[in-house]
Structure formats: C-alpha cells, structure tokens
Design a protein around this ligand. Sequence first.
Ligand code: FRU
Length: 491
Amino acid sequence: MSTELDDARRFEEKYSSLISNEERPLFHLTPYIGWMNDPNGFSYYQGQYHMFYQYYPYDVHSGPMHWGHAVSDDMIKWKYLPCALAPDESFDKGGCFSGSALTAPDGKHVLMYTGVNTIVEDDGKRLFIQKQCIAIGDGLNYEKSEQNPVIDSSMLPEGGSIYDFRDPKIWQEKDGTYACVVANRAEDGCGQLLIYRSDDLKSWHFDCVLERSYGEYGKMWECPDFFELDGKQIILVSPQDMNQSGLEFHNGNGTMCIIGTYDKVNGFNREDVQAIDYGLDFYATQTIMTPDGRRVMSAWMQNWDAISIENPDQRWFGQLCMPRELSIRENRLIQNPVREIEAYRSKHIHQKTVIESETSLPEVYGRTIDLTVDISPSSELYEQFKIKVANGSRNYTLISFKPKTSILHLNRNNSGSCRDFAHDRKCLVRPRDGKIKLRVLIDRFSVEIFVNDGEQALTATLATPLSAVGVTFESVGAPANVEVDKYSLDF
Ligand code: FRU
C-alpha cells in the first residue's frame, strides 16, 4: 500500500470518531471525515451497494482527491470502509477525480476514474492534464492497473481539451464488450460527451461524440451518465457555467437530463432537455441498476458556488442526496426516493383537514421525517399555500405554491444560513386545477421535495439549528383541503 493511502486510512480511522452520529444527517451519506463531493463508483458488488465519493480526509475544504468508500444493504444505512484510492501515482498525483465501477466477469470490482497530473509551466502557471485510469479490487482494496492511463490525450478527437477530459461512466454491453462515456471540452469551449470502447478493459479506442452543448447548455460538462430507461435513451450530465433560462435552468453549475433515442449508426437523437433538480444543492449525478432492475440515481447534495463552510466546528462537509428511483412518464424524468426508506418509517400520522390561517397539526413535526401533503382547493381557489418546515423560534424554510401561476417556491432565507449565496428557487409545475402533492423528506441538514409523484424534485441543504422541528401550514386567499401523511424516520 502506498504511503498516501496508508496515511489517509490511518487518519480517517483515528479522527472520524470525533464526529458523533448526532452531528451527521440521519439518512444521507457524509464523508468518513473531511470533505466530500461527487458520488463515484456507485455499484452493486458481492451482495452490497458500494458508494465511493470524491474525498479529501484532511480538511473540510477540497484538496487532492481521494476516493472515500462506504457499503450498504439498502442504500439508506451506510457503513464506512477504508479509503479506496489515494493520489499516489505519476498519472494521478494531482487527484483521483470522479469515475464509476462495474463487476468484471472474473468477479473483480473494476473502478474507472480520472487521473490528474499537474504540470507547472515556466511562468508558474499550473496545468492539469486529465486521463482515464483503471483500478481493480475485491470490494476493499484496489490495485491501479499497470496499463494506466488506459485512455490518454492522444485518443481525443481533434480539438478536444486535454485539461478538461474527465468522469468516465463505464458499463458492459450485452455482447460482453465494455464502453464508457467521458466528458470533454470541445474546440468551441463547451462540453461534449465522448464514447470509448474496449474488449478487455485494457485497450480502449475512441468511438464517437455522443452529445454536445453547442454553447446552448453551459460550458464544460461534468459527470455524464448514459443508459436506457423505459424505452428511451437518457443522458444525465452536470454542465458548468450555465445561464438562467426561464425557470428551467439557473446560473452556475446545473444538472440536465436529455431524453432521446440512440443507435450506433445514427447516434443520439435529442427529444427533450430538462433540469434534473430544481432546488439549490444538487450536482454530479450517478446511477446504477439495482439487482431487481431499478435505475437509481445518487448526486452530491451541494452546489460548488455555496461551499463556504457554515459551521467551522464541523469535521465533515458534503452530503449525498437520497438515492432516487428513476422512470420516464410523458417524456419527463420521474424521481422518487428509493422504496427502501419506507422500512425506517414509524409513528404514522394521517390528517384530513381544512387549512386557512397558519397552523400546526398534532404530532406533525420533526427533523427526520417523511411528510406527504396533498393540497386541493375548497369551494374557492386559494391564492397561495405555504408550508414552513424546520420551523423554530427564529428559523424556517418555506415551501409555497401559487396555483394561478403553477409556481412552486422554495426559500431558505430564514433557515439559519449566514452566507450570502442563493437561497431561493422557483419551479414551474404542471397545472392541475389547484391540486398539488408534495412529498418532503427532511433530514437534519437538508430538505428534498418530490412534486406530484416525482415529476419534479427540489433539494436544499439546511443550516438550521436542530431544535427547529416545527411544521406549519397556511392557505392564503381561501381555505384549502389538505391531507397529510407524516412518518418519523428512525434507525
Ligand atoms: C464535479 C467535478 C468532476 C471532477 C470532480 C473533482 O463536481 O468537478 O468533474 O471529476 O468534481 O473533484
């Protein structure tokens, strides 16, 4: 084992015990210690789900990237394993960037990642060259391949940047061969997705350009994924430097789902482009196929523009979102929390009532809850329906809906954050005569909202004191009929 990996493993084992369970979210994965960004290598291997993640154990800020590692039986309750990869080779000294995993026919666990090496030019300018690498292991320890890097700059199509070439998502085709999709910056400065193919995981060749931004959807694209879902071909990607476009895309780092068709002769044919999540903190998605055939997506529940540390005493930074089951309905990406979360529900409260002025409902409160609110107009259409969650004497996060405009609004201005970054997002939902169904998952440091059985999702981290446990409801303009189902989530 290299000194770098040994050091990381010793460090995390020694210091992770300084973080108590109560300081972490209940059901969202956080780093063993230190910094986390993207989910990596999300896979099912030898009877367990494996989640790796971009990891810098020594600080709550980003540093030379390692791969952290955790396993789970159900994608909800995770157990930490020792750090899997450290930046310890000439081809990845600058960091083991994002990548993915699969199980090889010989039973080995194969990780494919981006190795970064740093070049310092005469004028002091640092350049980071990115190449694709392989590491093979047994679910605990991984050996980097002697063939590394298996895909290097010489295999780029003309004009492709050698500095922005990363995040391979690998899969095995039905005929037993391997393929991966890698993000790259094309000659126009914008993102493109490249497909590479291999018969043996060692020798790879460039196949085709799968999709491109053409200046329309941000600049560099990151963390691509490509799979079939309900008869469509789906590309998930995280574009950098997006410009706002109506209520669909916001400025900065975004996420995007491209729905289309694909065949090897005609390539990808785009049918629809939509945001994946309409909230504040969601980036760098990665999916797996579960053994029972569900396509499940994870993501970093954070936004690069909002990484200033809220709590300097905290020994961890970064969380992954609740894994979400994906499907396609009427050419929309549908997302719902994995059904495994239902096993952790208790204390069911069902209330059917009429709401007018701001009120709480008996037993409907908590900071680790699964709450579904079904709202419909009474004799007159209400103007606005408001739900305040993580509501305490000074703080709350507001979810509000205006049926006349079909706009759902998430606002965490009063959630307790002392930082000056975006705290507000609006999302256009499908009009349904004033009816809307919201499923709200609240954990200690986040809220995730699933609209109308998964037609849209909005995610935000929260810096609200844990004493703020209240939930209130209010209907403005006219009363509204409401059905509430609330469960506590407990381990
Ligand atoms: C996305 C990303 C990836 C890269 C990784 C580095 O958040 O920028 O493109 O591989 O993070 O940590």
